[in-house]
Design a protein around this ligand. Structure first.
Ligand code: HEM
Length: 422
């Protein structure tokens, strides 16, 4: 993608193809000889794992769609029929439903890795921003997908989230209600809503695949960042992607698939909500409407604010904030390994996200050690925004980073590495 191609066709046929469609050259340059920092650790295997997860969701999703019926009167039973009547339908469905959680687990580890090693900093801002777009698309896809089984949580989840748009009424009277009705395609969540959500749920993963292509394209321009956060200075700092990282990625992918299999075969409902085994009923509201675990921190922020419109703005602001991170971080050092102060706030931020997730999973009136959880959620929300908008810019200016190693090679190989030419 960038730099000189190292490809030499090995046969007459590959030369013939290369002159007409340089696909073998492209694969060679991006996946075989691509110079990759020699110090990438386990956290760098999640990009590959995510690509695998996307593939699994698309393949299992297509098979499920062959048997699913997007009709409010039949959707729930068609899913039950997939589970009971379709050959290995239970397996395909459990891979798809558990797969969504495994996909989000991987994306969160991938994002926190980027935050810790400062991978969003120049010249990788666009890789990060495209990543945020992928994350948004993933959340939308997961939300649409969760509605499809048409259980109680599907129906009420769809009702709560789409109704958020009605808060726009507080700015322009009637506009929010009009948008909500337009989204529903009816005067309540119903058959029309289910149909369009199915259509979008089928479409979005292919759009995600296209955006992932851009993400990896943008990555191949500067090349990977690395745990030290310093630039590649000489060929000694890198190794070819194949076989070094193909083997490493494959090894960790196998471990991830093992974990995936444990959930699919031994605890397939671990991530699910029992209320979704009840068919959707517009006349009975479940005691607590909770989204899937991966959306809980945002849900906690939404509920922490009593005023609906402000809650919606806070929720949107929490996601939009991610786009600005490359410019909010003022540090001249990328990796938190060399940032003693920021490192501590980073870990506090990780714990904050878990606390917010916990608050989101509990009932609105829940209390912990005598403290209403809503207050914990408010504090958590404050830290979330404070981390990005106050701590990131300020600490970058006042912190004294630890000295950086002279090069990647020197840090990995010690003094046996020859010093790079300045
Ligand atoms: C379907 C979802 C995604 C896929 C398939 C994907 C794929 C990849 C791959 C293959 C890499 C290179 C290997 C690696 O560093 O792990 C990568 C790097 C990166 N990704 Fe993603 N990604 C996804 C989502 C995201 C999201 C949501 C973000 C952030 C919001 C993000 C930010 C980054 C960054 C900053 C890098 C460069 C890391 C570095 O060089 O240190 N990605 N991604």
């Amino acid at each position: 993608m960038s730099g000189q191609s190292s490809y030499t066709p090995r046969s007459g046929l590959s030369k013939w193809i290369d002159q007409r469609l340089p696909l073998p050259r492209f694969i060679n340059d991006t996946m075989m000889t691509f110079p990759t920092p020699r110090n990438l650790n386990i956290w760098y295997t999640f990009g590959g794992i995510l690509t695998f997860c996307l593939g699994v969701q698309i393949i299992t999703g297509i098979v499920l769609a062959m048997h699913y019926v997007a009709n409010a009167g039949m959707a729930f039973n068609s899913v039950e029929s997939i589970m009971r009547d379709v050959n290995y339908g239970w397996l395909v469905r459990f891979i798809h439903s558990t797969g969504a959680s495994m996909f989000f687990l991987a994306v969160y580890l991938h994002m926190f890795r980027g935050l810790y090693y400062g991978s969003y900093k120049a010249p990788r801002e666009l890789i990060w921003i495209i990543g945020v777009l992928i994350y948004l698309l993933m959340m939308a896809t997961a939300f649409f997908g969760y509605v499809l089984p048409w259980g109680q949580m599907s129906f009420w989840g769809a009702t709560v989230i789409t109704s958020l748009f009605s808060s726009i009424d507080q700015i322009v009277p009637h506009l929010g209600t009009a948008i909500t009705t337009w989204l529903w395609g009816d005067f309540a969540v119903g058959d029309a809503t289910l149909n369009r959500f199915f259509s979008l749920h089928y479409l979005l993963p292919f759009i995600i695949a296209g955006v992932v292509g851009l993400h990896i394209w943008a990555l191949h321009v500067p090349g990977n960042n690395n745990p030290l956060g310093i630039d590649v200075k000489s060929p000694q700092d890198t190794v070819p992607f194949h076989p070094y990282y193909t083997v490493k990625d494959a090894f960790y992918l196998c471990l991830y698939v093992l974990l995936f299999a444990v959930f699919v075969f031994y605890a397939p409902d671990f991530f699910g909500n029992p209320d979704n085994y009840e068919p959707a009923n517009a006349l009975v509201t479940p005691p607590d409407i909770v989204p899937e675990w991966y959306l809980l921190p945002f849900y906690a922020m939404l509920r922490a604010i009593p005023q609906k419109l402000i809650g919606v703005l806070v929720l949107g602001g929490a996601i939009v904030t991610l786009v600005f991170i490359p410019w909010l971080d003022t540090s001249r050092v990328r990796s938190c390994r060399f940032r003693p102060l920021m490192k501590q706030f980073f870990w506090a931020f990780a714990v904050d996200c878990l606390i917010l997730g916990y608050c989101g999973s509990q009932g609105v009136d829940a209390v912990l050690f005598g403290v209403p959880l809503i207050w914990l959620a408010r504090l958590g929300t404050l830290y979330y925004f404070g981390y990005f908008w106050v701590l990131m810019p300020v600490i970058g200016l006042i912190e004294t980073p630890k000295p950086l190693p002279a090069s990647i090679a020197q840090s990995v190989l010690g003094d046996s590495a020859t010093a790079p030419a300045e």
